[in-house]
Design a protein around this ligand. Structure first.
Ligand code: 5RP
Length: 230
């Protein structure tokens, strides 16, 4: 099974959790996009959901495929969010934001009664941190914010390069007009503490540590899809 087939397997298993009439948060990334394609087929067959997208990219794909969308302001309380992840640990803590959508992903997931993560086995880790931690920052005072992140991490015994993410012709800009710092901290033994400390920095808009937010992870591997619960 290649990587795409595994993503489809996880997406198929997640679709079984979606019920007619649900208000659904719809994630961002290549795994979420496999889910969106399968969901669109069900919608075309008469299945009824209302989706809230976690990015402009997801919104465009949903609209192209005929999935009915609402804004989070129209549907501020959701039944379920289905989204991918860059890393999943045994407690279902996540690193997200590889696709740069972490702020809207976190707002949408927090507004949902449940969050299901879909991923392939390569995303499962014992300890978060091999994937560079995306941190969304305000462009104003970005150097000061980088220094504050560095000092905060150092207090927790973490260090590593902080790189402003670039796109083709300049710095990557999120849907909210912010920048992304990719932090190469390596292993993060206390992700909860780091999350709390980063939350306290004024220039940090949000970060990609999703602590205690996912209720279920559907992990696809060669042998099919398995479920992880915390
Ligand atoms: C986007 C995300 C994605 O869910 C994450 O990067 C995983 O993406 P993919 O399914 O393409 O590996 O957090 O901000």
């Amino acid at each position: 099974m290649d990587a795409r087939q595994m993503k489809i397997k996880a997406a198929e298993a997640a679709l079984a959790h979606v019920e007619d009439g649900m208000r659904l948060g719809i994630g961002t990334g290549s795994t979420a996009e496999e889910f969106i394609r399968l969901l669109a087929e069900k919608v075309a067959d008469g299945f009824c959901i209302e989706g809230v997208p976690t990015s402009e990219r997801t919104a465009r794909l949903c609209l192209d495929l005929g999935i009915p969308l609402r804004s989070l302001d129209e549907l501020p309380e959701l039944d379920l969010t289905i989204d991918g992840a860059d890393e999943v640990d045994p407690d279902l803590n996540l690193i997200k934001g590889g696709g740069g959508a972490l702020l809207r992903e976190k707002i949408v997931a927090s507004s949902s009664a449940r969050m299901i993560v879909i991923a392939d086995e390569s995303k499962v880790v014992d300890t978060l941190g091999a994937f560079k931690l995306p941190i969304e920052i305000n462009p104003f005072g970005q150097k000061a914010t980088l220094i504050a992140i560095e000092k905060t991490a150092a207090r927790l015994g973490l260090s590593g390069a902080l790189t402003l993410r670039s796109s083709g012709d300049g710095l990557f800009e999120t849907d909210g007009g912010h920048l992304i710092v990719d932090a190469s901290f390596g292993r993060i033994p206390d992700a909860d503490a780091l999350a709390r400390e980063l939350n306290g920095l004024p220039g940090v808009v949000e970060h990609g540590l999703f602590i205690g937010m996912a209720s279920l992870a559907i992990i696809a591997g060669e042998a099919g899809a398995r479920v992880m619960t915390s």
